[in-house]
Design a binder for this molecule. Structure first.
Ligand SMILES: [Zn+2]
Length: 52
């Protein structure tokens, strides 16, 4: 599972597809959760959770 910002959504999706070989599930985080979660690929706040 990855948390990512708007910019890194496609990267996270690619990683799930590569690793899990399943269609990724993309969920938008609640505002409070966005503020307390950091993107796995940069220092921006995370907007989405991508899971397999
Ligand atoms: Zn990012």
């Amino acid at each position: 599972m990855y948390y990512c910002c708007e910019e890194h959504v496609e990267l996270a999706i690619d990683m799930i597809v590569d690793e899990e070989e399943v269609a990724p599930i993309m969920e938008k985080l609640e505002i409070e959760k966005q503020l307390s979660t950091t993107c796995d690929y940069c220092t921006e706040k995370a907007i989405y959770k991508i899971s397999g």
